[in-house]
Design a binder for this molecule. Structure first.
Ligand SMILES: [Zn+2]
Length: 377
């Protein structure tokens, strides 16, 4: 049923439109007319100006040919860099870039699979419920587009994001994450002449870090200090140091507990760091910016959307592997908004490198699965 030439042409066209994060105007204009051509009504939310992107998130609504609650499909239109003058090259059924840039199969493979699936639904008059298709911007910038998505525009309660490597793989769980930035302030002094008159911000940070949970905490939880930056010169007791770090967990309780342990280690070490100079007490201080980076994604094994995908895979003789992921994606944001969304593999490979690739065979296979899912949704 899948038109191999059509999907090949569609991918080549989209890959040749540069769309690094924030610069999505051109791909948005293309997709807007493409989805309209397919009979969808296309609109944008107001995320663009909020995040400094050329485009808002796109919502394409395709009327159903049978009644039912809309089913959600989600992809992202932005890519990582280098993405200047991307030239897709097709060799022996495999798309790569010409070599200097990424290919952008992440996430254009997913976009073309949705478009081809709709072509097939129409061509073969396969009954389907209404579709809500969201194409986010700035996914590669910490999910910025999805974080600013206007969820009041959506009525779907379940769906599929097409945005992971492999084929016949479904992600149903991904951790929640907290991110933090801490500034620790000590007091500067000459390191050789009067170090006792200073409080080393670096030493305070070091003591706190040594006490913190770090690395793999358990099979669900990780913690990391990713950057440390501060001090002025080797002969100055450093006045200030900044740390950035994160905690991730598949359990929101553990996420909270580990985050609290980190904050406690920092606060206690900062509290302890005080000196008396000429009868005057000097203390260390800190500021903490702590925020939820993304919420938990946890779709139950027996959730209707997973049953649907399993049944579709089985019908094609391709049992789907259900897995957990270690990273966050737009699907975390949807789940945080109460929408049961899992992630479907799109066939893309070696993503975020100039060796990125996707096989036409895999574009076809994923589209077959998607058509089967939509037929049953
Ligand atoms: Zn992606």
């Amino acid at each position: 049923m899948i038109n191999r030439q059509r999907i090949t042409d569609e991918f080549a066209r989209q890959a040749a439109i540069d769309s690094p994060s924030y610069q999505e105007a051109e791909i948005a204009a293309y997709l807007e007319q493409r989805f309209r051509q397919l009979g969808a009504e296309v609109s944008y939310d107001d995320a663009g100006p909020k995040i400094g992107s050329q485009s808002g998130n796109m919502l394409a609504r395709l009327p159903g040919s049978k009644p039912g609650t809309p089913f959600l499909l989600s992809v992202h239109m932005d890519t990582v860099t280098p993405a200047e003058n991307v030239e897709p090259v097709l060799t022996d059924g495999v798309f790569t870039s010409a070599g200097e840039t990424i290919l952008g199969a992440d996430d254009k493979a997913g976009i073309v699979e949705i478009i081809e699936a709709i072509e097939v639904l129409k061509e073969h008059q396969i009954p389907h419920v209404p579709l809500e298709i969201v194409v986010t911007v700035c996914e590669e910038q910490g999910l910025l587009g999805a974080k600013h998505l206007d969820f009041s525009l959506l009525t779907a309660k379940q769906g599929v994001a097409l945005d992971t490597t492999g084929v016949d793989v479904v992600i149903n769980r991904a951790p929640a994450a907290n991110r933090f930035k801490v500034d620790i302030f000590g007091h500067e002094a000459h390191a050789g002449v009067c170090p006792e008159q200073g409080i080393s911000a670096i030493q305070v940070a070091g003591r706190a870090i040594a006490r913190m949970p770090h690395g793999r905490i358990d099979d669900e939880t990780t913690a990391n200090i990713g950057t440390i930056e501060g001090g002025q010169a080797s002969n100055i007791v450093p006045r200030q140091v900044s740390l950035q770090g994160e905690v991730r967990s598949h359990s929101t309780d553990k996420l909270r507990q580990q985050t609290e342990l980190i904050v406690k280690a920092l606060e206690e070490e900062v509290d302890k760091a005080s000196i008396v100079v000429n009868g005057e007490t000097k203390r260390a201080a800190m500021t903490l910016e702590l925020k939820e980076d993304f919420p938990l994604m946890q779709v139950a094994e027996d959730a209707p959307v997973l049953k649907l995908i399993r049944a579709a895979g089985d019908a094609l003789g391709r049992p789907q592997q259900i897995r957990a992921a270690g990273g966050g994606s737009d699907a975390n944001i949807y789940n945080g908004q109460g929408i049961d969304m899992v992630i479907l593999a799109t066939g893309m490979d070696k993503v975020h490198t100039v060796n990125e690739q996707v096989k036409v065979d895999d574009l076809v296979k994923v589209t077959e699965l998607l058509v089967e899912i939509l037929r049953r949704a």
